[in-house]
Design a protein. Structure first.
Lengths: 261, 186
């Protein structure tokens, strides 16, 4: 029943969300609604359009140069990498977002099938799909992130399964842990969005069935020591290693095969 | 002048479309053009310089990753960017909610009613329209809506700072918002 009163009430919630007066819980409730309701999303957009002109009053202030440097580092922006980038499914963030939201054994199993069915690397012409995958699981058993490694493109995409919250000034850092060796930093990952990171030679060489991925809680700029300084909150096994002489033919390994096999 | 503003907006939209396709040059250009504006917003609302820098970084990393969700037919680039920025800033404010200093201020002292730089020649048509509708509100309503917009504070925080009952603050802002909508959509 959409009476004028109800209509005004829900309109007000969207306006209050945009204005910023809701407390954390009420705000989260509207944010959740926005993901499922087009009507809510449209209403919020309209309120942004109505109220935002006020920000024209705010004097622009040039941010310090270090912010841009940090952004570049966080995103691993690198023109050479860009030139080698192959457009397609990998770059489709909607797809990764979907994968993150629905991440489960099934979703990644589908991914495996999809890559094969798309003929990116058909089994008849190539012995295997050059991707590896991992589910990074919290100590309480919940899946925190899914990670997929593209060996040929030397990159890893890490997708959060559910938004995670960290204390102010803290952020998750991803580590590759070769068996019996010290962790190697892969990079900072976002708690609420997919992150793509470059895999350098050292990391690529260590990817294998005996290695694992781990996430620790570090200062927002990354561990100051190069080794995990905060608690390790999640870990995951990695798929089968490439043959030592053939780093480009790693087979896709789904470590949670037991869930669907 | 409006056509110049429109042209600038179209350029920003085009940059976002190129960013969605992974163009790093376009990303650098968008940062060059918009970061001072967004940093101003971060600093105004967060006050803390370090936090403003952190949130600005978060905003642009999100822009890079989510540029594909920008739909030029449905929103202007600057509205999209500013919505993203305000969301990040307000989320950050809610995170530190418990530690926020709750100093008491008189409402009149809380809000800077001085016209900002935008009321000069470069003010957009939208800004003038909103300004006109804000001026039509009762002073308490106008001041509380403006205070909320520029501080990102919750109802309770605003009520506490202005030393008025929570219900009073809610009523000022809600009536102000509904009246603004009526005026702006007319």
């Amino acid at each position: 029943m959409n009476t004028p009163q109800n209509h005004d009430d829900s309109q007000l919630r969207y306006a209050e969300y945009v204005l910023g007066v809701l407390d954390a819980d009420a705000r989260a409730a509207v944010a959740h609604e926005l993901q499922t309701s087009d009507e809510a999303a449209t209403a919020v957009k309209l309120w942004h359009r109505r109220l935002q002109p006020m920000s024209e009053e705010i004097t622009p202030i040039e941010p310090p140069g270090r912010v841009w440097t940090r952004i570049q580092q966080a995103l691993r922006l690198d023109t050479q990498e860009l030139a080698r980038t192959r457009p397609g499914l990998w770059d489709n963030l909607r797809f990764w977002h979907w994968l993150g939201l629905g991440a489960s054994a099934l979703a990644v199993a589908c991914l495996a099938l999809l890559f094969v069915s798309m003929g990116l690397r058909t089994p008849s012409t190539s012995p295997a799909v050059p991707y590896m995958a991992s589910t990074i699981t919290h100590t309480d058993g919940h899946v925190g992130w899914t990670a997929t490694m593209d060996i040929q493109q030397a990159r890893i995409i890490v997708v959060p399964v559910a938004p995670a919250s960290f204390a102010q000034g803290k952020a998750p850092q991803l580590w590759l842990v070769p068996s019996g060796q010290k962790p190697i930093s892969v990079g900072m990952i976002a708690a609420n969005a997919p992150t793509t990171l470059k895999l350098d030679r050292v990391l690529l060489a260590q990817l294998g069935p005996t290695a694992a991925l781990a996430v620790s809680v570090e200062p927002a700029g990354g561990s100051p020591t190069g080794q995990p300084t905060g608690p390790v909150v999640a870990t995951g096994a990695i798929g089968a290693a490439p043959d030592s002489g053939q780093p480009h033919t790693a087979s896709l390994y789904v470590p949670w095969r037991k869930w669907w096999g | 002048m409006n056509s110049l503003a429109d042209e600038r907006r179209d350029e920003l939209s085009e940059l976002l479309v190129r960013i969605a396709a992974g163009n790093q040059g376009a990303f650098a250009e968008l940062y060059r053009r918009t970061s001072a504006k967004l940093f101003g917003v971060c600093l105004r609302m967060l006050v803390d310089h370090g936090e403003a820098e952190e949130v600005l970084q978060e905003i642009y990393t999100t822009v890079w990753r989510r540029a594909q969700s920008f739909d030029a037919t449905r929103a202007s680039a600057i509205t999209w960017l500013m919505a993203l920025a305000r969301n990040k800033v307000i989320d950050r404010l809610r995170q530190r909610h418990e530690h926020a200093p709750s100093h008491q201020v008189d409402l009149d002292g809380l809000v800077d009613e001085q016209p900002g730089p935008a009321t000069q020649a470069e003010a957009s048509q939208e800004y003038r329209r909103l300004q006109h509708c804000l001026e039509a509100l009762e002073p308490k309503q106008r001041q509380s809506v403006r205070a909320a917009f520029f501080s990102g504070a919750t109802y309770s925080e605003l009520a506490m700072r202005c030393q008025v009952p929570l219900g009073t603050m809610k009523s000022w802002i809600r009536r102000g918002l509904l009246q603004l909508r009526t005026c702006l959509d007319a």
